[in-house]
Write a protein that binds this ligand. Structure first.
Ligand code: SF4
Ligand code: SF4
Length: 161
């Protein structure tokens, strides 16, 4: 008699526990259903980058003194600084400047150490291309100001990073 009663009690306890677990999982499911999605419908929606986002580098040709500090501090000696010495004024004259974004790791060292602040990081992150050679930006491409994501007329919704 007693084993049967004990069996019934155990069965009842297990049923209560199982019901409680089902209830808890149901509450978790409901709480997730109430949240907004984390993912966005890129490229129809875009994220607004954070203030210190490390995007494509912007370069100001007129401010550069061809000191090559950016090359020395770059972990992969990436920036190409092409200059000639003007003997009359005993000064370096910058001819060309380029950075290959196919190799750049966006560490920001060049920006940090440039003595004339002619380098800065923009919020531009859409750099993909079909030809990797197009990622080698010269001073003209580097000098282009980025378009703010907020000014992009094709984008409907924005979210912060
Ligand atoms: S550190 Fe700045 S000023 Fe010097 S070469 Fe590089 S970009 Fe030009
Ligand atoms: S961001 Fe870093 S890797 Fe890229 S050019 Fe500057 S120092 Fe070199």
């Amino acid at each position: 008699m007693f084993p049967m009663v004990t069996g019934f009690i155990n069965y009842g306890q297990q049923s209560v526990r199982a019901t409680r677990y089902i209830g808890q999982s149901f509450i978790i499911t409901l709480s997730h259903a109430n949240r907004l999605p984390i993912t966005i419908q890129y490229p129809y929606e875009k994220l607004i980058t954070s203030e210190r986002f490390r995007g494509r580098i912007h370069f100001e040709f007129d401010k550069c003194i061809a000191c090559e500090v950016c090359v020395r501090v770059c972990p992969i000696d990436l920036p190409v600084v092409d200059w000639k010495l003007e003997t009359e004024i005993r000064k370096k004259c910058l001819l060309n400047y380029s950075i290959d974004f196919g190799i750049c790791i966006f560490c920001g060292n060049c920006i940090e150490y440039c003595p004339t602040n002619c380098l800065s990081m923009t919020e531009e992150y859409e750099l993909s291309t079909y030809d990797r050679h197009e990622l080698n930006y010269n001073q003209i491409a580097l000098g282009r100001l980025p378009m703010s994501v907020i000014d992009d007329p094709t984008i409907k919704n924005f979210k912060n990073f």
